[in-house]
Design a protein around this ligand. Structure first.
Ligand SMILES: [Zn+2]
Length: 147
């Protein structure tokens, strides 16, 4: 199954597909005429960048209306949504690539947690860092030494 350079808008991947892709049929849109590459190979390349750019969304408590235990939510978005935003592509392609990332997860056989999973949220590291810096600033303003 092939995707093509017209399928994505992220410039880095458009250029990569144009450079390494071949002429062929795009499986995601028959009208596309861009250079194609298999989803398998494309995903192997994407994997490294995605791991560098994203982390698992942290859990945070949501204040309940009543009851004594807070509910929890996670920062970030699903793998499918993160892939769609990262590549700037359509839903079909994002779903296919998210499934491929989960399939290719090298740590399936090893102990320890998988980076790619359906039930995990993903947050851009730079967003998470900005949020933590903000939280830390708020904390020091509220509970700081008062100087
Ligand atoms: Zn295409």
């Amino acid at each position: 199954m092939n995707l093509c350079s017209t399928c994505v808008e992220n410039t880095k991947y458009v250029q990569r597909l144009e450079r390494y892709g071949k002429r062929g049929r795009c499986a995601f849109n028959p009208n596309h005429t861009g250079a194609v590459q298999s989803v398998y190979w494309f995903t192997q390349f994407l994997d490294r960048d995605f791991r560098a750019a994203y982390e698992h969304g942290e859990e945070y408590p949501i204040m309940p209306f009543d009851g004594d235990r807070p509910d929890f939510d996670h920062y970030g978005e699903t793998l499918f949504a993160a892939v769609m935003n990262f590549l700037v592509c359509n839903q079909d392609l994002a779903k296919t690539i998210a499934a491929e990332l989960i399939d290719q997860e090298p740590s399936h056989s090893k102990s320890g947690s998988c980076f790619y999973a359906d039930d995990v949220m993903y947050e851009l590291k730079r967003d998470a860092d900005a949020r933590r810096a903000e939280e830390s600033r708020d904390y020091h303003e509220s509970y700081g030494s008062g100087t």
